[in-house]
Design a binder for this molecule. Structure first.
Ligand SMILES: Cc1cc2nc3c(=O)[nH]c(=O)nc-3n(C[C@H](O)[C@H](O)[C@H](O)COP(=O)(O)OP(=O)(O)OC[C@H]3O[C@@H](n4cnc5c(N)ncnc54)[C@H](O)[C@@H]3O)c2cc1C
Length: 480
């Protein structure tokens, strides 16, 4: 009998569990551990605001890449009042519905689990993992523990990191919210109060939509280093003629290639979006081939541009954001925060304008950090991550994008040795794959990892020796 534990039941952990149930041999147990009340949602799909829309069209949000219409077909059977009809593959639907869909997939699997592989849902906050004879012990809150032969980290996105300032005392203030997804992010705020959102990406867009939905009338400042706003989706993307050139893997050549392709698209009366989207199936390979120097350069100089072209706003969301900018309510700023000075229930924020020595200031009644998920694991304070780093079971990757993993999603320890029993899926693995954020990327990774793990398990059990020791030997053989 092999026990597989998955830590985190957002989209990644839940989907991995579904694939493992279908692939693992009889006698396996899969335990899905989640600290939140709801399984299958994670930060992205737990929102209760129907105006928080998916930023990927419904036709591309199936949980299964070989059944592209699965989400849309499920949607068509729903009679949810939040759905704008008619529904099509280009529709942008509320994110909470995607959470309902994932939960439906999970429920269906639980009902069908007359099968020999059992799924167990366990609610708990994992605080640490320890090696144990023949496996690992997963320590949960309230002194509980789970024993497993293999464990997969699917812990997803962490709240943003607070920007470095001279005196970080303000980060303990009641005027500051470090987690834009927390239920109290905007509670108690007067509707005419000025608000500062740190960041100008899709999290800021969500936060602005939340404020507008609550009838906020006051100014909303959004400040990031470059002040770049995500581009918008368009109703239909005209695709240029098929590309013949291979995709380069050096950063300079890749940037030139993308510019050339975008220009060609425009000359053909097609859309630059098609060029960005066409790169998607190759992104992981390009990243894997790219030198470390080029990867670091990409992150430093190109990443903000890539993000705003690649992760776009749904059209109706973009309309509301652009209207808020046009009436002067949403004010985008490019600069770097220098200091916070709290006085009399407000905070004075000083920032240096990008590309100048000019220092400006603004006053806000609330500062909400919307600068995107924190992925520098050296700075993440959750006990599980601290525990694993301190015991040397895992290490952050060299570019502070997540944890160091192999292309088979195996975690590396402090010395770089590859674990035979610890794996990761989803945003945790960004360092090895770069784009491991959105559903179309994660769904393939989950399927791949489920195949990999089940072949490890089957390798051991096909010899009739499904003992943990045999599994360990089998794992060593596969990872060399
Ligand atoms: C606001 C937002 C909107 C997005 N919109 C889209 C979109 O429209 N389309 C798209 O394709 N992608 C979107 N994404 C990308 C999204 O990250 C992925 O689609 C996906 O949700 C990532 O899933 P995950 O399970 O890896 O991480 P998460 O969703 O973060 O889930 C991780 C889970 O692990 C649990 N967990 C963490 N630590 C522990 C612990 N120690 N013990 C127990 N449980 C733990 C958490 O509670 C959480 O439920 C969006 C992301 C965000 C943040």
């Amino acid at each position: 009998m092999t026990n597989i534990a998955i830590i985190g039941a957002g989209f990644s952990g839940t989907l991995l569990a579904l694939h493992l149930l279908r692939r693992c041999p009889a006698g396996c147990n899969v335990t899905l551990i989640e600290r939140a009340v709801k399984f299958g949602r994670g930060a992205a799909y737990a929102t209760g605001n129907p105006n928080h829309l998916l930023n990927v069209p419904a036709g591309r949000m199936s949980a299964f890449h070989d059944r592209s219409g699965d989400f849309l077909d499920w949607l068509k059977q729903q009679s949810d009042p939040c759905l704008d009809l008619p529904l099509g593959e280009h529709s942008f639907v509320p994110r909470q519905l995607f959470g309902d869909y994932v939960r439906h997939l999970l429920n269906r699997e639980i009902k069908a689990s007359s099968r020999d592989v059992k799924l167990k849902l366990t609610r708990g906050d994992v605080q640490g993992i320890e090696p144990a004879a023949g496996g690992v012990v997963i320590r949960l809150d309230r002194g509980r523990s789970v024993h497993a032969d293999l464990a997969v980290l699917a812990v997803g996105n962490f709240p943003p990191e607070s920007p470095p300032v001279d005196d970080p005392a303000f980060y303990n203030s009641n005027l500051y919210r470090s987690d834009p997804w927390a239920s109290n992010a905007f509670s108690g705020l007067k509707s005419d109060s000025p608000v500062l959102l740190i960041g100008t990406g899709l999290t800021m867009v969500d936060a602005t939509i939340s404020l507008l939905d609550h009838g906020h009338k006051g100014p909303i400042y959004a400040l990031s280093r470059r002040g770049l706003l995500p581009q918008r989706h368009v109703a239909s993307v005209v695709t240029p003629a098929e590309r013949v050139e291979p995709v380069p893997t050096s950063l300079v050549q890749l940037t030139q290639f993308l510019r050339r392709e975008a220009k060609r698209a425009v000359c053909e009366s097609a859309d630059w979006r098609a060029v960005v989207d066409a790169l998607r199936p190759f992104t992981g390979d390009v990243w894997a081939e790219m030198s470390m120097t080029d990867r670091a350069r990409f992150l430093r100089h190109i990443r903000p541009w890539w993000e705003i072209h690649r992760h776009r706003m749904a059209t109706s969301v973009a309309d509301r954001i652009e209207a808020a900018i046009a009436r002067g309510q949403l004010r985008l700023k490019a600069g770097r925060i220098l200091s916070f000075h709290e006085d009399n229930g407000q905070v004075d924020v000083r920032y240096r304008l990008r590309g100048t020595d000019r220092v400006e200031s603004l006053t806000a009644a609330r500062v909400v950090n919307c600068s995107g998920p924190g992925c520098d694991y050296a700075r993440i304070s959750h006990p599980l991550i601290r525990n694993m780093l301190e015991t040397g079971m895992v290490r952050p990757d060299a570019l502070s994008l997540g944890l160091d993993v192999t292309r088979n999603c195996a975690l590396k320890d402090r010395r770089g040795a590859i674990s035979g029993r610890l794996f990761a899926v989803g945003p945790v693995t960004k360092a090895a794959f770069w784009e491991m954020t959105a559903v179309p990327d994660i769904r393939r990774q989950c399927e791949y990892l489920a195949n990999h793990i089940s072949s490890l398990v089957k390798g051991a059990s096909s010899k009739g020796q499904s003992s943990t020791e045999e599994l360990r030997r089998e794992i060593r053989k596969v990872i060399g």
